[in-house]
Design a protein around this ligand. Structure first.
Ligand SMILES: [Ca+2]
Ligand SMILES: [Ca+2]
Ligand SMILES: [Ca+2]
Length: 236
């Protein structure tokens, strides 16, 4: 067996393992999540989208103007993370970390447009990959911490002017995790509107299934065995 071919096969095996790395870290599949029943208001009742790949969209429904939908998401790329709403109601987005502490929020992404947006690369944005909670609500509710829902409990006054501001947890209750929502305005005002949240930098199932690892390892083992067999031919 000529050594050129041996080298070529070894290289091929190494290249293959490198080619598989981005596949493991970054599955090419896209997930478009549709809310199941109704996502809850708080960490314990948040809905976690499932599937395999990057989470590109969440579609759901706000059933009334004081309904909140909270989603548990894995931000795999904090520098490219962004979220933007398309809806026919005045939407607000708030992001919380894995312990419920406020990260940042927004009422209106642009002047004269009531759709909310969380921009990428913002100083208040997520600084590390990990689990977060993303809330979509109307501008009739305000996230609170502690045991009350008065202004002293507000995590941030997201729905006050200027509406286009991107806010950190600068409210009096901003140092503690989310425990409730203060309501404002007329609770009888109906919404029952659907929404779409476009996302970037979010992954579903960041850890590949054990079967995927097994298959990849078996494949690599096979290539390795072929290379070894060619390198050390048995005497004939
Ligand atoms: Ca809902
Ligand atoms: Ca809800
Ligand atoms: Ca808004």
């Amino acid at each position: 067996m000529d050594s050129k071919l041996n080298r070529h096969l070894s290289k091929a095996a190494v290249s293959m393992s490198f080619l598989m790395l981005p596949f493991l870290a970054n599955p090419a599949y896209a997930v478009n999540w549709v809310e199941r029943v109704d996502a809850g208001n708080l960490l314990g009742t948040a809905q976690e989208p499932t599937g395999d790949g990057s989470l590109n969209n969440i579609r759901g429904l706000l059933e009334h103007n004081q309904d909140i939908d909270l989603f548990k998401i894995y931000i795999s790329n904090p520098t490219t993370f962004s979220a933007s709403v398309t809806a026919n109601f005045n939407s607000v987005l708030s992001l919380f970390d894995s312990t419920g502490l406020g990260v940042y929020g927004n009422d209106d992404a642009k002047l004269g447009d009531t759709n909310a947006g969380l921009p990428a690369g913002h100083a208040f944005g997520p600084q590390a990959a990990g689990w977060y909670y993303l809330a979509i609500s109307t501008d009739e509710v305000m996230p609170t911490s502690g045991s009350g829902t008065g202004p002293e409990n507000y995590i941030a006054s997201i729905t006050s002017e200027p509406y286009t501001a991107v806010l950190g947890p600068t409210g009096p209750g901003g140092g503690s995790p989310l425990t409730g929502w203060a309501t404002e305005g007329d609770p009888n005002l109906g919404v029952f509107e659907s929404y779409r949240i476009r996302l970037s930098g979010v992954t579903v199932s960041p850890v590949p299934e054990p079967e995927t690892y097994g298959m990849l390892l078996a494949g690599l083992g096979l290539v390795g065995a072929m290379v070894r067999r060619r390198k050390f031919p048995t005497a004939s």
